[in-house]
Write a protein that binds this ligand. Structure first.
Ligand code: C2E
Ligand code: CA
Ligand code: CA
Ligand code: CA
Length: 278
């Protein structure tokens, strides 16, 4: 009676209670994982029409003793809402720059780009631009090798600020890819204001590309758009040869997906590419 008298408690049914405690558990375990260096970056190759690997996307991996293998799809939003995304994002960028710096010394790796996912809150943080520039300087890498994957949702709150930060980084040579393109908010007029390098066609359009005429039409539109804005177009989530062939025929010239390689630790690719591309 006391609890319901306050007017709030009774709205929390057991299932909500469970979800909230899982969230809290994840947040504190993630903080600990970050502090004790338990996180890892896996890399997934990005390839040309000829099948040449030209870059990698960095994807966070976290295995927790209690929680098991955790999906970034679950823990990134929690990191976003708790503010943990700031130190987490800084860790990812540091790690990415140090990988690029290692690769610079290796003939079969030195030309690869490395793409890093940036969440909206991270991008809006006042220290974001200086931090990236610091990482690049400290690792002594070519800024052209670092790509930042951003999403349309970044534009919602502070369009002018977003564009200005993007320009500052673009002027230094850093490249931007617009991730999950086609699923979000960007209008065509926004698109031409952004100093982008690449559009990433969302995997939802790739999934049924061989049978769905609507998806084909969307992909065609994105390719035409990319072409007229002078942008590279990459299709993600490519799982089969048939999907790749269809996308190729439509004019996509960069690909990423399980068909070309699963996300794997950096060392895996160091060896794999030494065997196949040298
Ligand atoms: P995303 O950036 O769209 O990354 C692509 C996701 O699709 C990855 O899931 C990748 O493993 C998966 N994928 C790749 N190829 C295929 C395929 O052929 N088929 C299918 N079905 N899936 C494929 P993952 O690694 O679970 O990451 C999920 C999301 O978490 C990412 O989506 C990204 O938004 C976010 N994320 C991952 N790492 C980071 C990070 O370091 N920072 C931030 N802010 N977000 C990250
Ligand atoms: Ca690329
Ligand atoms: Ca991405
Ligand atoms: Ca994506």
């Amino acid at each position: 009676a006391k609890a319901s008298g306050r007017g709030t408690m009774r709205f929390f049914n057991p299932r909500m209670q469970q979800r909230i405690s899982r969230r809290i558990h994840i947040e504190s375990a993630l903080r600990e994982a970050l502090e004790s260096d338990q996180l890892e970056l896996h890399l997934q190759p990005q390839v040309t029409q000829q099948g040449k690997v030209i870059g990698m996307e960095a994807l966070l991996r976290w295995h927790d003793a209690d929680l098991g293998q955790m999906s970034p799809g679950e823990f990134i939003p929690i990191a976003e809402s708790s503010g943990l995304i700031i130190p987490l994002g800084e860790w990812v960028l540091q790690r990415a720059c140090s990988l690029l710096s290692e690769w610079q010394q290796l003939p079969h790796m030195k030309d690869l780009t490395l793409a890093v996912n940036i969440s909206p809150k991270q991008f809006r943080h006042p220290k974001f631009v200086p931090h990236i520039l610091h990482c690049i300087r400290q690792a002594n890498i070519l800024p052209e090798k670092l790509e930042l994957e951003v999403t349309e949702s970044m534009l919602i709150d502070d369009m002018a600020g977003t564009i200005s930060r993007m320009n500052q980084l673009r002027e230094r040579g850093i490249r931007f890819a617009l991730d999950d393109f086609g699923t979000g908010y960007a209008s065509l007029s926004h698109l031409k204001l952004l100093p982008l390098y690449q559009l990433k066609i969302d995997q939802s359009f790739v999934k049924e590309i061989t049978t769905e005429k609507n998806d084909e039409a969307i992909v065609q539109t994105i390719i035409a758009l990319g072409g007229s804005l002078g942008l590279e177009v990459l299709a993600e989530g490519v799982e089969t040869e048939a999907q790749m062939e269809k996308l190729k025929a439509l004019g996509v010239n960069h690909f990423q997906g399980y068909y070309f390689g699963y996300p794997q630790p950096a060392d895996h690719w160091l060896q794999e590419l030494e065997n196949t591309q040298s």
